[in-house]
Design a protein around this ligand. Structure first.
Ligand code: NAD
Length: 360
């Protein structure tokens, strides 16, 4: 199969971790007889340096013409980088928000998986961790409180700030469909998280999710209130498979879930639109403090590439191959600095990429 991949190396450690992810993808191509055509895009600080703006029309056009986008990370150290002397709409992060909007990426997927080999990094006790956990949070990304009407008023000396949380049935339906489709590729278990005991938007959420569930009789649906979910994540994380939730709840819960895995360098993410198209990137930032030192952990980016194989290209077997290779290299004791523990073999960014590619 042939696919066009727009690649955004970005800033800081971005180019180093993307190089390793491409190495792994090239190995997949060779083994499974696929062709990936890469087209590089400048975004963020790298684009500011060349064009004076963080996102160009040309970059948007290239991204839209690809089957998927694979991104490193963007941004610099705000206390020293000249990019942050520019007005906010011209800074690196504006480029990222801009491209997400242009590509209509309404579904954010963040897996939280605990590698048994990295159990020591997990802040939870052994009896809570049990057999480990493997969940994915499907968060609505373009609606709800962050995009609703807002204003701050002052009347008779009293200041009032208003934010609006609104969802329509179409917005809920499309994210619910994504979650159920993803559940079908996993353990077929969706927990939909809301605050239906208080919020109208959550009551609509619940009824639309129930409707969608009717179209997926092979998937089990449970509803859970968000306050309970926050508790359950640290009480019994093994119970979750797919968590479906709205924008703000997802923002908070996905950070909580990533924290219990113990390492930011291991967490991939995907943002999808209504088609198979998606933007895949690690959950972490551009780590300017270690950029160019061959210290960055490339695994989150390699796992993001595996998500691209699974969700944009329907290459489940190839994705599993990448994940298996990572597991094997960790089991063999190889570690970048961020996940290092006693008795393991320290490796740099490049060596970690080589080891994973060789294992495929
Ligand atoms: P960060 O995630 O870049 O770094 C936080 C800490 O984690 C640092 O100590 C860093 O060295 C470490 N770290 C991160 N990724 C690592 C990896 N792969 N391997 C080893 N260690 C790793 O967060 P920050 O320092 O708050 O932000 C730095 C820049 O990244 C800022 O400009 C910020 O705006 C940007 N950022 C970009 C994205 C994105 O591109 N989607 C996301 C978050 C932050």
């Amino acid at each position: 199969m042939e696919h066009k991949i727009a690649v955004i190396p970005g800033d800081g450690i971005g180019p180093e971790i993307i190089r390793e992810a491409r190495k792994v993808l090239d190995k997949i191509c060779k083994k499974y007889n696929h062709t990936f055509i890469y087209e590089e895009i400048l975004l963020g600080g790298a684009s500011i340096d060349v064009y004076g703006v963080p996102l160009t029309e040309e970059a948007i056009k290239k991204a839209k013409s690809a089957n998927a986008v694979l991104m490193g990370s963007i941004g610099g150290d705000a206390s020293v980088s000249p990019w942050y002397k520019l007005e906010p709409s011209k800074r690196p992060e504006a480029g990222l928000l801009g491209i997400r909007k242009e590509l209509n990426l309404f579904a954010n997927l963040r897996p939280a998986y605990l590698y048994q080999e990295l159990k020591e990094s997990c802040p939870l006790r052994d009896e809570v961790i049990g057999e480990g956990f493997d969940m994915i949070i499907v968060r609505e990304l373009t609606g709800g409180l962050y995009f609703g009407k807002r204003e701050t008023l002052e009347e008779n000396g009293i200041k009032t700030a208003i934010d609006t949380l609104s969802y329509n049935d179409k917005e809920i339906r499309r994210i619910a469909v994504k979650a159920f489709e993803i559940a079908r590729k996993r353990k077929k278990n969706v927990i939909s998280v809301d605050k239906a005991n208080v919020l109208d938007s959550s009551r609509l959420w619940r009824s639309v999710v129930d409707e969608v569930a009717g179209e997926y009789p092979d998937v089990t649906l449970t509803h859970m209130l968000v306050d309970n979910c926050a508790m359950q994540l640290v009480r019994d994380p093994g119970q979750f498979d797919v968590i479906l939730t709205e924008n703000m709840f997802g923002d908070i819960l996905s950070d909580e879930a990533s924290m219990i895995t113990g390492s930011i360098g291991m967490l991939p993410s995907a943002s999808l639109n209504e088609t198979k198209f998606g933007l895949y990137e690690p959950s972490h930032g551009s780590a300017p403090n270690i950029a160019g030192q061959n210290k960055a952990n490339p695994i989150a980016t390699i796992l993001s590439a595996a998500m691209m194989l699974r969700y944009s290209f329907d290459m489940d077997e190839e994705a599993e191959d990448v994940e298996r290779a990572i597991q094997k290299i960790l089991a063999d004791g190889y570690r970048t600095e961020d996940i290092m523990s006693e008795g393991c073999v320290p490796v740099g960014t490049e060596e970690m990429g080589n080891l994973i590619a060789q294992e495929i």
